[in-house]
Design a protein around this ligand. Structure first.
Ligand SMILES: [Zn+2]
Length: 234
């Protein structure tokens, strides 16, 4: 139920409805205008000429009003829509003889009320159309902005995942490097042990230097004795 009400509200407040109602007013005004212009033209033209001229003029004037109302945002001032709203009112007033003061007061009041109503409706629609159009433009801009942000976000996400992948790879490389360094340290220690005197802990450039030293090392409890083959390599 709420959905239907919302849909109806959407239709009523849409730009399409504003244009539709505006068109209805314009169509009605074409007939009113034709009636008025015919009364004037018939005095100076033949009936067929008056007929054609008043239809064409009425159509032309109302189309102009419609175009100006729909493009009022291009005009700096608000004077033009006001002028055309007043003209529409006067067309009605003249057509329905609102200035004939010999009529009863109530008739004159009704006629003036109609004239003012048409003027008001014309003016309100020029305002409404511009505001609705701006709203639509704003919504369109907003939607394209959202689309752009979505794109930027997906690009950012892509960049982030590629950076994360690079980071993981770098981390693995570092771990591998640390392992290599540890292996290298262990190897270096092993090699150093091979040329270090086990008594005084002095390091020698070669195993031969070490062997000749160990025999005479001051800390060797068996100093001067010849080392066995196994002790020499140990
Ligand atoms: Zn030594």
């Amino acid at each position: 139920m709420n959905k239907i009400v919302t849909q109806i509200a959407d239709v009523i407040t849409s730009l399409g409805t504003v244009i539709f109602v505006l068109l209805m007013t314009v169509i009605a005004m074409i007939f009113v205008g034709h009636g008025l212009y015919y009364q004037v033209f018939i005095k100076v033209m033949s009936p067929w000429q008056s007929e054609i001229a008043s239809w064409v003029l009425s159509f032309g004037v109302e189309t102009t009003v419609l175009v100006i109302t729909c493009n009022v945002k291009y005009f700096g001032s608000r004077q033009l829509p006001v002028f055309f709203a007043l003209c529409s009112g006067f067309i009605v007033l003249f057509f329905i003889n609102a200035f004939d003061l010999s009529q009863p007061g109530l008739d004159i009041a009704v006629r003036w009320f109609m004239g003012l109503l048409v003027s008001g409706v014309n003016y309100v629609y020029s305002e409404l159309f511009v505001k609705k159009f701006n709203d639509m433009q704003f919504t369109t801009n907003l939607l394209s902005e959202i689309e752009m942000l979505k794109q930027q976000n997906s690009e950012y996400n892509r960049e982030r995942s590629s950076t994360e992948a690079e980071l993981t790879k770098a981390k693995q490389d570092v771990e591998r490097l640390v392992d290599y360094v540890a292996e290298l340290e262990a190897f270096k220690k092993k090699e150093m042990d091979k040329v270090t005197c086990k008594f005084c802990k002095t390091v020698f450039p070669t195993v031969f230097h070490l062997n000749s030293h160990m025999r005479n090392c001051d800390l060797n409890p068996r100093k001067g004795e010849k080392l066995s083959v196994f002790e020499a390599v140990a």
